[in-house]
Design a protein around this ligand. Structure first.
Ligand code: ADP
Length: 787
């Protein structure tokens, strides 16, 4: 572990430099990868230990086998040499004796002893002299039990009888007592005996066995030590793997936390100008990791020029003028956008590499960096929103003030300021209510009315009339956070309007009262009118009854008059014609003539009166039929022409025989005769009468124009009423009842038409019977019931 980072060691278990996982962004093995490599290493070491132990064991076994064989061979050779030397020594002894002429005696134990080399008896070697008879002579070491006994008791007979003498090799055989032994036999000729050297294999291998045991113990110890070392390593490495795993998990967690939190770790080795960054820091700036460290220059060139006073801050930190580094600055992202960062760090010292002391170590600026770009954007948006809100509140027509839950000013607009005549120094957020209230100049309140609000707990509404007769409506409401908002609205205009409305209402009420009086009056009048109408109806009924009785009287009278009148006319005609003889005097004839004319006139008048009364009584019903107007006019002309001729008048007729109309023929003929008769009557001699039928849009007209005396304008309107006459010489001379035009007018109107009269005094008169075409063409025929 490096000791290069004090804070890193202290806070993050010294993970910064070697592991590189949290803050050193070089290769970081994944947790799985880490486990696999650890396990492989562990297995490899276990395998190595096992292999080593196996190889060692194998080598030891081989070594023991080889050393055993070598040991046995060496001992064999040694035994052979000793046997040869001993045999040679004995032979020499015997030959000496023989040379001295002595009979060679049996070799005694002393001789044998003498013949032996100093180390001949090592390792349990036994030397025996066996006579030619097979009897054991001397033994060294001395074994009294064997002496005198047959060699067969010691060795197997096959060996004794068989080869074995002067053999260059030792012979392995099992002795009679079962001992596994090496045996060497040498001929002692000229002495008739043999030297037998035997050695128990157990004695031979005693040293080897002891050595082997030692080596085995050594091996076992080595084995145990190695096994323990292996186990210890295994345990250690398991622990290490667990630690690595925990470390990797913690590392990953920290990395994730840093990444998610948009945080980065910095370690700026100020003395060496090196900056170490965590992986998340590279991610924040979108740059690729290159190398372990960044130089200060690399970092500085990414810092926004306007924020490049970090050096000064660091100097202040180093000089102790500042406690912590807490700066906001911008760094250029790889995509050329500026990322807002907030760094909080402090100066720490790495342990001195020589002394390990912190005081003398290099200064490091170690800390954390947070990406605050989003917060900056949000702050900007908030600021804009706040400005907009303030602007809106400033521009409303009401006085606005907002207090927080601690009764401190949050916001007010200039209207509020003006309203209370507040200095600008008081209108700052955070000013306590009491301070504002004590400074405010409250307006003179002439009248204060509390209005009902739907929910009184939510606040209250006042209407206040000020000294300058302005009206204000003040709405006060609690805000959700326990604060208070108050809005003052100038309602002077509304109040004036209200007053006007009240005035209008008063006026309206007065008008209503007047109208009620008028209505009462009207009701009284209408009551009077109703009474009058009632009276009128009664009068009318009475008049109608009177009229009816008049008409009936007239009808009866006419009927009654016509009978004697017909007799008078008839008898006067008889007298005029002097049917029963002459009358005698001329005077009688003249009287008869006068009687006839007067009777005729009277009969005409009576007929007219009868007709008029029928029309007035509504008893005349028309019987319509299609008739040629020209035909009707010609019939009328036939009646009138004689009189016209008498008067020296010219009659001009412009008739179209095709023009037909739906008319009551008798009535229409009577109308035409009446008008023609008047024309003839009121046209002086030499005049002319023009009769024509006109067809105009929607109507037909029979026009009779004369060049007669004419009628004065004021009189025209009166004509058509019964018994109306224009006073002139003609009426005087020619007579007339004044009923002709009245009857004609009534008959034409019964046809749905109208009688039009145009006249100029002295020039002539034009009378038009105008009939509507609809009536003229589509009127249905009706029964005529006259009288
Ligand atoms: P009368 O039997 O008296 O002629 P009318 O009703 O026929 O009654 O006429 C009423 C009056 O209208 C007449 O007395 C006359 O003075 C005047 N009058 C009618 N027709 C003519 C006419 N063509 N020219 C001048 N005056 C006329």
């Amino acid at each position: 572990m490096s000791t290069g980072n004090v804070l890193g060691k202290a806070q993050l278990g010294g993970l910064f430099f070697k592991e590189r996982s949290i803050v050193i962004p070089t290769h970081v093995p994944g947790i799985g990868e880490l486990r696999i490599s650890e396990r492989a290493l562990r297995l490899l070491i276990m395998w190595l230990i096992s292999s080593f132990l196996a190889m060692l064991a194998l080598a030891l076994v081989l070594q023991m086998i080889n050393s055993r064989r070598a040991y046995l061979e060496d001992h064999g050779r040694e035994t052979i040499l000793l046997a040869d030397a001993t045999a040679a020594s004995i032979r020499q002894l015997v030959r000496g004796e023989l040379a001295a002429g002595r009979t060679p005696r049996n070799v005694s134990q002393v001789d044998l002893q003498d013949a032996l080399l100093p180390s001949a008896l090592d390792n349990g070697r036994h030397f025996i002299i066996v006579s030619a008879t097979g009897e054991i002579g001397a033994t060294v070491p001395v074994d009294p039990a064997l002496e005198g006994r047959g060699v067969v008791d010691l060795l197997s007979s096959s060996f004794v009888t068989g080869a074995g003498l002067d053999d260059t090799r030792v012979t392995r055989l099992t002795l009679a007592d079962g001992t596994d032994a090496h045996v060497v036999m040498r001929n002692l000729a000229p002495l008739p005996a043999v030297l037998l050297v035997f050695q128990d294999r157990a004695d031979i291998l005693a040293v080897w066995t002891a050595n082997t045991a030692k080596i085995s113990v050594l091996f076992i110890v080595t084995f145990l030590v190695l096994v323990m070392l292996g186990a210890a390593f295994h345990w250690q490495s398991s622990k290490a793997a667990e630690a690595d795993l925990s470390l990797a998990v913690a590392t990953a967690r920290l990395d994730t936390a840093l990444d998610r939190g948009h945080c980065g770790l910095w370690d700026w080795d100020i003395a060496n100008g090196r900056i170490f960054w965590s992986k998340s820091m590279y991610d924040i700036l979108g740059i690729e990791e290159e190398g372990e460290f960044l130089t200060f220059g690399e970092v500085a060139e990414r810092i926004h020029p306007a924020d490049a006073d970090i050096d000064k801050v660091v100097d202040q930190l180093l000089q102790g003028q500042r406690g912590v580094f807490d700066q906001e600055f911008r760094m250029r992202h790889e995509n050329d956008q500026w990322v807002w960062l907030r760094a909080r760090a402090e100066i720490t010292r790495a342990p001195d590499p020589l002394t390990g002391r912190l005081e003398t170590g290099d200064p490091h600026l170690v800390g954390i960096v947070i990406d605050v770009t989003q917060q900056k954007i949000a702050d900007k948006l908030n600021q804009e929103a706040e400005l907009r809100l303030k602007d809106a509140i400033e521009n409303i027509s009401e006085a606005f003030v907002l207090w927080d839950a601690d009764n401190k000013l949050v916001l007010c607009n200039s209207k509020y300021q003006q309203f209370h005549s507040l200095p600008a120094s008081v209108c700052v957020p955070g000013t306590p209510y009491d301070a504002v209230a004590s400074t405010a100049k409250e307006p003179v309140v002439r009248q204060r009315m509390k209005l009902q609000t739907p929910d009184m707990s939510e606040g209250s509404t006042f209407e206040v009339q000020l000294g300058d007769s302005r009206w204000l409506q003040i709405n006060e409401r609690r805000t959700k956070d326990g604060g208070f908002v108050s809005v003052g609205t100038d309602i002077t205009a509304l109040k004036k309007q209200e007053e006007r409305l009240l005035q209008s209402e008063r006026e309206l009420m007065m008008t209503v009262r007047d109208l009620q009086k008028e209505r009462l009056l009207a009701e009284q009048q209408s009551q009077r009118l109703a009474d009058l109408a009632d009276k009128y109806a009664r009068e009318k009924t009475r008049a109608e009854a009177a009229n009816r009785s008049k008409t009936e009287f007239l009808a009866n009278m006419s009927h009654e008059l016509r009978t004697p009148l017909n007799a008078i006319i008839g008898f006067s005609e008889v007298m005029q014609g002097q049917m029963f003889g002459t009358l005698g005097s001329e005077k009688y004839l003249e009287y008869a003539h006068d009687i006839n004319r007067s009777g005729q006139f009277l009969l005409d008048v009576i007929s007219d009166i009868l007709d008029m009364s029928k029309i007035e009584a509504g008893r005349l019903q028309l019987e319509l039929e299609t008739a040629s107007l020209a035909g009707l006019i010609e019939e009328a002309l036939r009646i009138v022409t004689p009189r016209a001729n008498e008067g020296g008048l010219e009659i001009i007729s412009k008739l179209d025989a095709k023009i037909e109309a739906q008319v009551d023929k008798r009535a229409m003929k009577q109308v035409i005769i009446n008008i023609l008769a008047n024309a003839v009557k009121f046209t002086p001699e030499g005049g002319s009468i023009t009769v024509s039928v006109l067809r105009r849009a929607g109507e037909l007209a029979i026009q009779i124009a004369d060049t007669g005396i004419g009628i004065p304008k004021p009189d025209i309107e009166k004509l058509g009423r019964p018994f109306e006459q224009v006073e002139n010489q003609f009426t005087k001379t020619k007579g007339g009842s004044g009923l002709g035009l009245a009857i004609s007018k009534s008959l034409v109107e019964l046809h749905g038409g109208a009688l039009q009269i145009e006249s100029h005094v002295g020039k002539g008169t034009v009378v038009r019977v105008v009939l509507p075409v609809a009536v003229a063409e589509a009127a249905k025929p009706r029964r005529r019931s006259v009288g």
